[in-house]
Design a protein around this ligand. Structure first.
Ligand code: NDP
Ligand SMILES: O=C(O)C1=N[C@H](C(=O)O)C[C@H](O)C1
Length: 269
């Protein structure tokens, strides 16, 4: 297929996900990295940083300045929750389509961005997880919840992660809530002897438990319990390359969107 070149600004190129995204853009013929947003190295070119491919993209530290100076189609944001929200808003103001992998956006912020995308008639993809296996895990969990209504989520991540619970766990609980009646689980009189022992409870009564350990990357188990049986749906990302086919798909798809899409399950049929 002959595709038009998509000009990309990448925020967070030195991060774990950012480095993988640089490689993805580098090896994808119809992607062009036109600039990077970083906290440091402003004014340099990416190729001047150690360990990066020879790419001429200029590094900016100020998002407003970058979006005004550079002609771009898409912003890929892989930063931190606070900065990711700011970048997404600013990109929309400048007519640049944000593909956001950064997690930690709450319901209100998603609503506000949905409205802004609608006003600007500009596509936004906010994807808590870009790995196709994770999308399938979430879809299977949504299916299973029709038949097994007692469920808890255990998400396990590396110990450098800022947000808890993970964006994937929140999204999984939301999808499950579409097929499962809200209900309180466990013994009605249960008491936590140690605060947090039962995890965090969503408004629909689903418990999420977050584990943080060195050595892990990104893992999740969705455990359903029924009379005399249990069902576990599990996904593991062993490296960040696992997310890149989803990032590529999101960048290509956003060119055809004029609204906000939350979750890659809305794109992957
Ligand atoms: N959707 C998905 O499939 C996935 C999403 N994620 C999410 O992506 C995000 C990034 O994850 P990860 O790569 O592991 O995190 P890292 O901490 O490795 O990378 C974040 C990067 O953002 C940079 N950064 C911080 N502030 C700014 C700023 N103001 N401007 C530009 N860059 C900035 C950091 O710079 P510095 O090093 O100087 O602090 C760092 O390089 C997280 O929210 C994570 O949850 C992660 C994996 C998969
Ligand atoms: O921080 C991470 O690493 C990950 N974050 C995302 C999340 O919060 O769900 C996606 C994946 O789990 C890796």
């Amino acid at each position: 297929m002959n595709m038009n070149t998509i000009k990309i600004i990448l925020a967070g190129p030195r991060g774990r996900m950012g480095r993988e995204a640089v490689e993805l853009i580098h090896r994808t013929e119809h992607f062009e990295l036109v600039a990077c947003l970083d906290r440091v190295n402003g004014g340099k070119k990416l190729s001047e940083l150690e360990g990066f491919p020879s790419m001429d993209a200029k590094i900016f530290t100020d998002a407003n300045e970058c979006f005004a100076a550079v002609e771009a189609d898409v912003l890929i944001d892989l930063t931190t929750p606070e900065i990711g929200k700011l970048h997404t808003r600013l990109a929309l103001e400048h007519g640049i389509r944000p593909v956001v992998g950064t997690t930690g956006f709450n319901e209100e912020e998603l609503k506000e961005l949905t409205q802004l995308a609608e006003e600007k008639k500009t596509g936004v993809i906010i994807a808590p997880n870009f790995a196709v296996g994770a999308i399938l895990m979430m879809k299977f969990a949504q299916m299973a919840a029709k038949h097994l209504q007692d469920v808890e989520i255990i998400e396990l991540h590396h110990d450098r992660k800022l947000d808890a619970p993970s964006g994937t766990a929140i999204k999984t609980a939301e999808l499950i809530s579409k097929t499962r009646e809200a209900k309180k689980q466990g013994h009605p009189d249960e008491e936590e002897q140690l605060k947090g022992a039962r995890g965090a409870e969503t408004k629909d009564g689903i418990r999420i438990h977050s584990v943080r350990l060195p050595g892990l990357v990104a893992h999740q188990e969705v455990i359903f319990g029924g009379e005399g049986q249990s069902l576990t749906i599990k996904h593991d990302s062993y490296n960040r390359a696992s997310f890149m086919s989803g990032v590529k798909l999101a960048v290509e798809t956003i060119m055809t969107l004029d609204m906000l899409v939350y979750g890659l399950e809305n794109i992957i049929e």
